[in-house]
Design a protein around this ligand. Structure first.
Ligand code: SF4
Length: 346
C-alpha cells in the first residue's frame, strides 16, 4: 500500500484504495485486523477531542493499513455522536495532522494534492502561485494579518505563497472537506455494533465540554456578549418573539457559556409567547437531554439565517460568537488589570 494513504486518508485515491480492498465496514467488525482498526479509530477520535491526532506507524505496512482503515471508522464514531462541535474539532485535528506531514513533503507532491482539492496553482521553484479566488476562499478564515490579500503580492490574478503557506492553505481545504462531509448516515445496526466503544468516546467528549464550559467561562459577563446575542436579548426584553433559528442560537450560546437551564428559561420569560413547559423542553433538549449537547452556531451560520446583527470590530477577527465572547472577556480583563495598576501607581 502507498504509505501516503495512511497520512492522507481523506484523498480520493486513499478512499478508492479502501473501496477496492474488498474490506467492508461490516467485515471489519470481526477479526484481529478489524479489532485493531476499531481500537485505533476510537483512539483517533479521543486524540482529536484532546486536540492532536498522533500518527506513529513508521514504515510498517500493517500498521499503516490499520491507520488508513481507522479513518472511516473514526468518521462513523463522530457521526454517531452527531455533535457539531465534535465534528468541527475532529475535522480540525485531522487537517492539522495532515499539515504536520505536508510541511515535510516535496512541492510536487503538494501541487498534486492541491489539484485534488481543485486549488489552481503553479509551482515556481519551491513557491506556489495560487489563483486569488482560491487563495481568498481559504485564507479569509485566517486571522493573522499576513494572510490578508492587501498584504500579499498579487501578479496576474495570482498570489505567491511559500511551500509552508501552501500546506497551511491545504490544511484549510482538508478541514473544510472533512467537516462538510459529516455527519454520515449511520445505520442503527452499525450504531449498535459500535455502541460498546461509544461510551469511552462520549466520556472524553463530555469531559472536554465540561472543561470548556466551566473553566473557560467561570462567570457569565453579559457586558461581553457579542452584538448578535445582545440584539436577541433586547428583542425578548421588548416583548418580541424570536424566530426558531434565533432561539436556538441564543439558547445554545447561553448554555455553552455555562448558564443553567433555569437561568436560560428566565431569559425567555419576557417573550410575548412565553410558555414555561415548552421553553423548558426546548432549552433542555439543546442542553443535551436527548443525548446531544448542541454548540452555538458559527458566525457564517448566523449570517445565513439573518441572525448576525450589529457587527463590531471584534467580529472582524472571529468566526464564532463564542470566540467573540472569549476575546471580549480577555480584553475587559486586560482593561481591569491596567486600571488597577494605574490606580495603584504612586
Ligand atoms: S459576526 Fe458573529 S459574533 Fe459578530 S454579530 Fe455576527 S454572528 Fe455575532
Amino acid at each position: 500500500m502507498d504509505i501516503a494513504y495512511a497520512y492522507y486518508p481523506f484523498t480520493l485515491r486513499a478512499s478508492d484504495y479502501v473501496k477496492r480492498s474488498g474490506r467492508s465496514i461490516e467485515s471489519l467488525l470481526d477479526g484481529e485486523f478489524g479489532k485493531a482498526v476499531v481500537r485505533r479509530a476510537k483512539e483517533r477520535v479521543i486524540q482529536a477531542i484532546k486536540g492532536e491526532i498522533k500518527k506513529a506507524f513508521g514504515a510498517d505496512d500493517i500498521l499503516a493499513q490499520v491507520e488508513l482503515f481507522s479513518y472511516p471508522f473514526a468518521r462513523i464514531f463522530v457521526s454517531c455522536i452527531g455533535n457539531y462541535y465534535l465534528i468541527r474539532r475532529y475535522a480540525l485535528a485531522e487537517a492539522k495532522a495532515a499539515y504536520v506531514h505536508m510541511r515535510g513533503e516535496e512541492p510536487r507532491f503538494l501541487e498534486k494534492l492541491g489539484r485534488e482539492f481543485n486549488v489552481q496553482c503553479a509551482l515556481e521553484r519551491r513557491d506556489f502561485r495560487i489563483h486569488f479566488a482560491d487563495y481568498l476562499k481559504f485564507a479569509s478564515g485566517m486571522h493573522d494579518p499576513k494572510w490578508k490579500l492587501v498584504n500579499r503580492c498579487l501578479e496576474d490574478g495570482c498570489v505567491l505563497v511559500t511551500k509552508e503557506e501552501f500546506a497551511r492553505l491545504l490544511q484549510e481545504t482538508i478541514r473544510d472537506r472533512i467537516q462538510s462531509s459529516l455527519p454520515l448516515d449511520v445505520s442503527p445496526s452499525l450504531k449498535k455494533a459500535l455502541s460498546p466503544h461509544m461510551a469511552e468516546i462520549s466520556e472524553h467528549f463530555e469531559e472536554m465540554r465540561a472543561e470548556f464550559r466551566s473553566d473557560e467561562f467561570e462567570e457569565v459577563d453579559s457586558e461581553c456578549f457579542p452584538p448578535c446575542i445582545r440584539h436577541m436579548l433586547a428583542l425578548i426584553q421588548a416583548g418580541q418573539n424570536l424566530p426558531h433559528s434565533a432561539r436556538f442560537a441564543l439558547t445554545s450560546f447561553l448554555a455553552n457559556i455555562g448558564m443553567s437551564a433555569e437561568e436560560i428559561i428566565d431569559v425567555y420569560r419576557a417573550s410575548a409567547d412565553f410558555d414555561e413547559e415548552k421553553t423548558e423542553y426546548q432549552v433542555k433538549h439543546i442542553m443535551g437531554s436527548s443525548g446531544t449537547v448542541y454548540t452555538a452556531p458559527s458566525c457564517a451560520t448566523m449570517a445565513t439565517y439573518g441572525n448576525c446583527f450589529g457587527k463590531e470590530q471584534i467580529c472582524e477577527w472571529v468566526s464564532h460568537p463564542l470566540s467573540f465572547y472569549r476575546k471580549k472577556l480577555y480584553y475587559s480583563g486586560e482593561e481591569d488589570r491596567s486600571s488597577a495598576e494605574s490606580s495603584n501607581a504612586p
